[in-house]
Write a protein that binds this ligand. Structure first.
Ligand code: SF4
Ligand code: SF4
Length: 333
C-alpha cells in the first residue's frame, strides 16, 4: 500500500502537523480538540468468544453527546468517530445522532462490526467519510458481513472509504484461510484497505512470531490494499497523555453513579483490560470537557506508569517535545 494511503487511514503524527492551529492552541492552553471519539453504546449484538470489550448495558444519553459536540464544535472540532465500547450501530437513536453530528458540519467516521447497517436510514448511511469494519474472526464473520455489506453498498457513496481491521491473536490456526476470507470481501465490496495488526496484549515475542507468520501468508498475494501495522507498544516517557487533548473520547462508562458517561483519554484503556480500574484513567465528567481541553483540570494519571502498552507513545512523546517551550534556536532547522 502507498505511504500516503497508509498515513491517511491511520492515526499518524503527520496529521497533527497538518493541523498547526491546534498545536498552537495547545501551546496556549486553548482547546486543541480536532477529532473526538464517541462511544454511545455498551452492548453488542454479537457474542464473540474472543471479545476484549467488557460489554455492559451502559449507554450515553443523546443529550450528553449533543452537549459534548456543541462544546467542542464551537472550539475547532473537525470530526467525530463513532466507536465502542459495544457496537455503535446498536444505539437506539443512531440516526438522530448522525444527523446532529452532520448538522454541526463535522466529518464522520465509524468503527463497527459491520452487521447492522440496515439500522441506518438513507441519509445516515450516506453521511460517513469512512467506515471501518472490525473483523475479529474472519472464518465466523466474513460471510455474513460480506452478504450484509453487499446489500448496502448502493446506499454508501463511492467517496466513502471502507476499510477492514483484523487484529490477529494467538489463534493462528487457518491463518491463510482467514486472510483469504477477508480478501474475498475486499474484492467484492470495493474495500479500500485491510489493516492487519497483532493483539497488543501479547508479549513482544508472541507478536513478532505472529508477524512472521502473517508476512509468510501475505508473501504470495497482492498487497496493494494491505497495511500490516508494525507499531511499537510501549509506555510514553511523558507524564501527560498529550494526545487526549487533540482526540478526547466520550465513553458510555459512567464517571460515577450520578453521571451519564465519562471522558477517557483513548479507546485503548477500555479494550482488553478486565482487571484494570478504568476510573484511574477517567479525565473528567462529559460536561467538564472544555475545562479539560483548556487545561483547567490537572491530568489525573501518569501514562509513563499506567500505559505500558500504548500504541501512540511516539505521538505522545513527540507532542511533548513539540510543545516544549524551553527549546531555543527554533528558527535554525
Ligand atoms: S463484535 Fe466486537 S464488541 Fe461485539 S462481541 Fe464481537 S468482538 Fe466484542
Ligand atoms: S494508552 Fe496511550 S493514548 Fe491511551 S491514555 Fe495511555 S498514553 Fe494516552
Amino acid at each position: 500500500m502507498s505511504i500516503s494511503n497508509e498515513l491517511s487511514f491511520s492515526s499518524s503524527l503527520i496529521k497533527y502537523l497538518h493541523n498547526p492551529y491546534a498545536l498552537e492552541s495547545y501551546i496556549n492552553n486553548k482547546c486543541s480538540a480536532v477529532c473526538a471519539h464517541v462511544s454511545p453504546e455498551g452492548s453488542c449484538n454479537l457474542e464473540c468468544s474472543y471479545c476484549q470489550v467488557k460489554k455492559t448495558t451502559n449507554r450515553l444519553e443523546l443529550r450528553t453527546i449533543k452537549k459534548f459536540i456543541d462544546s467542542l464544535s464551537r472550539n475547532g472540532l473537525k470530526s467525530v468517530i463513532l466507536t465502542g465500547g459495544g457496537e455503535p450501530l446498536l444505539y437506539p437513536e443512531i440516526n438522530e445522532l448522525i444527523k446532529y453530528i452532520k448538522k454541526n458540519n463535522l466529518k464522520l467516521g465509524i468503527i463497527t462490526n459491520g452487521t447492522l447497517f440496515t439500522r441506518l436510514d438513507d441519509i445516515s448511511i450516506s453521511s460517513f467519510e469512512w467506515i471501518r469494519i472490525s473483523i475479529n474472526n474472519p472464518i465466523l464473520n466474513c460471510v455474513n458481513i460480506l452478504n450484509d455489506l453487499k446489500k448496502q453498498l448502493h446506499r454508501i457513496p463511492k467517496t466513502c472509504n471502507i476499510g477492514i481491521s483484523y487484529v490477529c491473536g494467538t489463534n493462528i490456526v487457518k491463518l491463510e484461510e482467514k486472510i483469504n476470507k477477508i480478501l474475498s470481501i475486499t474484492n467484492e465490496c470495493n474495500i479500500d484497505y485491510v489493516r492487519i495488526s497483532t493483539d497488543r496484549f501479547l508479549s513482544v515475542k508472541e507478536m513478532n512470531d505472529i508477524k512472521v507468520k502473517i508476512t509468510n501468508v501475505l508473501s504470495n498475494i497482492d498487497k496493494s490494499k494491505i497495511m500490516l501495522t508494525d507499531k511499537l507498544y510501549k509506555a510514553p516517557c511523558s507524564n501527560v497523555c498529550h494526545r487526549s487533548y487533540f482526540k478526547p473520547y466520550l465513553s458510555e462508562i459512567p464517571y460515577d453513579e450520578y453521571t451519564n458517561g465519562s471522558i477517557l483519554p483513548c479507546g485503548c484503556v477500555v479494550h482488553g483490560r478486565d482487571n484494570v480500574d478504568i476510573k484511574k484513567y477517567m479525565l473528567c465528567k462529559p460536561d467538564e470537557i472544555l475545562k479539560f481541553v483548556n487545561k483547567n483540570i490537572c491530568f489525573p494519571f501518569s501514562p509513563n506508569t499506567l500505559c505500558d502498552k500504548c500504541e501512540y507513545s511516539d505521538i505522545i512523546d513527540t507532542l511533548e517535545y513539540l510543545t516544549e517551550s524551553n527549546i531555543i534556536h527554533k528558527e535554525f532547522l
